[in-house]
Design a protein. Structure first.
Length: 597
């Protein structure tokens, strides 16, 4: 063990309970960020904290983990309150608290645009943590539906942005409803005079924690971002890999679990990936790195901790399958390509709600990251033709095709030479590609919109929600026409396994295919907040996590208490295992056969 390993700060050394440590290990979190290592011990010790940290530094876990530790599990009343400037941030924080609490913590997000009746029902049932935007929180206080008299832990997240949006009066009114002896944490990227006044009135001798956002220069590499919803990330990654054709690439994930799952998924689609994370012994780590350096494995799927200290010069691409939570991590990641004067490419997959992290990275690196369109079926076909052309050019240069001249000469008496060459290329392509599907769809494109700061008192968090209406009637997958060609490996199979189109698109009113070669079994699937689940969420989770075709899934019916999903009997155990270790919309999933009790 080297000196760096001996001095490395871990979550175990911060004073967290064994239960929380177990959750973090299950999630695959390996070491705390600077804001977490400094703030968590102070908050666990009961101190008020004034944190100077920008978006993307890991501050959510810095206040959420101590929050969970301080809750009394026996009390079903609001014990902790988190104020956030926007509904997007409120939802992200609520999901994080739910995830870190491992379903032991009841949390409710409250924001404008969501039906208030749903929030009233949640508050009436009793929750321990409320995460909300100032406007809607104040509405509930005035209605008498939100009682803050039992709050022991209060967090003001991104306080400067809340003040810029004109929420200072609302914040003051909300704080006045909480007990004076509460513990308070305030996080802000900047500290204008009005925040300092707020700190003097409402925090008790706070301990200051400052994380400086250093301006870091990124390598001279092409930097691209694709906006991709989570259910489509795997398919989008496959298309990007096929379009880019990297000679060698490192794909970064946040957690060990994601590394293992992505490695297995890519291997099943014909790639040669190797996993690398903190759970590997040194001997196993050395074997993986040797395979990657020697080109036996073309993809290395890794966490940041596992990739620390890697010195590999021939990496053509770095891909952020999960956008890093820290700009510094982003810089370290993409610095592994474009070395020794070579060209390099850095690709980042960004979920629609993660644009804040992307903006934070751009502000630190002082460079705009190009926003690209997800490769379409037409793009992949054009790429295949380009690769075929290159292969033909190499063959012509080698001039090693005398055996086939006789066939061409006999055909040249009857057909044009150009037509003969085109027909030969077509046969060569079809022999490798197989029969193509007749109907191939594309992944929905999500163009990133420029983020504008709301003006004072515009209440950006009160904008109408765009959630889909929930349906109780069964929903069936669309039937695909044609046959999908089966993958034979990346090198010898230019057709993309992702070209058959998205398997996550579902529309109501379609019946499942009449002909089934496998008996269907109904599963009972339960998710935390059943009303927020849509059929495409279930299809995306099952298809991606269990690695089965989306059109193999039968009828889906969403009820108040549970969902009913038909899957082939042959993959039931596989689907149950996959659902047991995944989440839908940040919520844990439980599943069983319908007949089980």
């Amino acid at each position: 063990m080297n000196d760096e390993d001996e001095t490395r700060i871990t979550f175990k050394g911060l004073g967290l309970s064994t239960e929380v440590i177990a959750v973090l290990e299950e999630l695959g979190y390996e070491e705390p960020t600077p804001i977490q290592s400094q703030a968590i011990p102070l908050l666990l010790g009961g101190r008020d904290v004034l944190g100077s940290a920008a978006t993307g530094t890991g501050k959510t876990a810095a206040f959420a983990l101590p929050l969970i530790e301080r809750l009394d599990p026996k009390v079903r009343a609001v014990q902790a309150l988190v104020l956030a400037p926007t509904r997007e941030l409120a939802m992200q924080v609520a999901e994080a608290v739910h995830r870190y609490g491992h379903r032991r913590v009841s949390v409710l997000p409250i924001y404008g645009g969501q039906p208030i009746q749903r929030q009233l029902s949640g508050l009436k049932r009793g929750v321990q943590v409320v995460v909300g935007t100032p406007g809607r929180l104040l509405d509930h206080i005035r209605r008498g539906s939100l009682d803050l008299s039992g709050v022991r832990y209060l967090v003001l997240d991104e306080a400067d942005e809340m003040l810029d949006m004109g929420f200072i009066e609302d914040i003051e009114a909300i704080l006045d409803e909480t007990p004076k002896e509460r513990q308070t944490a305030l996080f802000s990227a900047t500290f204008p005079p009005r925040i300092n006044e707020l700190v003097k009135r409402h925090l008790r001798n706070p301990e200051r924690v400052t994380i400086k956002a250093e301006v870091r220069k990124t390598p001279r590499v092409r930097q691209v971002a694709y906006v991709v919803p989570r259910p489509h990330k795997l398919e989008a990654l496959g298309r990007i890999l096929d379009l880019e054709s990297p000679t060698s690439a490192i794909i970064f994930c946040r957690t060990r679990t994601e590394v293992d799952e992505l490695t297995e998924a890519l291997a099943s689609h014909g790639y040669s990936p190797e996993a690398l994370h903190g759970g590997f012994a040194q001997a196993q780590r050395d074997r993986v790195m040797n395979r990657f350096r020697e080109g036996v494995a073309d993809l290395l799927i890794a966490t940041d901790v596992a990739a620390r200290g890697l010195d590999i010069e021939h990496v053509s691409h770095v891909i952020n399958y999960d956008i890093p939570e820290s700009p510094d991590v982003y810089v370290h990641r993409i610095g592994r390509t474009g070395r020794a004067g070579r060209e390099g490419t850095a690709i980042t997959l960004v979920q629609p709600r993660e644009h804040r992290l992307l903006k934070a990275i751009e502000s630190v690196v002082k460079q705009r990251i190009e926003s690209a369109r997800i490769p379409t079926v037409a793009d992949l076909r054009a790429r295949r033709i380009e690769m075929l052309t290159a292969s033909l050019r190499e063959t012509l240069i080698e001039n090693a095709f005398d055996t086939y001249r006789i066939a061409v000469q006999s055909l040249a008496e009857e057909f044009d030479a150009m037509d003969i060459a085109a027909a030969a290329a077509k046969l060569a392509a079809e022999a490798t590609l197989g029969e193509e599907a007749d109907n191939k769809g594309d992944i929905p494109q999500f163009e990133e919109k420029a983020e504008s700061r709301p003006s004072r008192r515009t209440r950006a968090d009160e904008a109408p929600s765009r959630r889909d209406r929930q349906r109780d009637e069964p929903v069936y997958p669309q039937k695909k026409s044609g046959r999908e060609s089966k993958g034979q490996g990346k090198q010898n199979h230019p057709v993309s396994p992702w070209e058959s189109g998205s398997t996550q698109q579902r529309t109501s009113g379609h019946r499942p295919p009449k002909r089934r070669t496998d008996a269907m079994t109904r599963l009972v699937v339960k998710v935390g907040d059943q009303r927020n689940v849509r059929p495409k969420d279930l299809v995306g989770a099952i298809a991606n996590e269990a690695n089965i075709a989306g059109d193999a899934i039968g009828a889906i019916q969403i009820g108040d208490e549970s969902c009913l999903v038909e899957v082939p009997e042959s993959v039931v155990d596989k689907v149950l295992r996959a659902l047991s270790r995944t989440t839908i919309k940040g919520q844990r999933v439980t599943a069983r056969r319908e007949r089980e009790r």
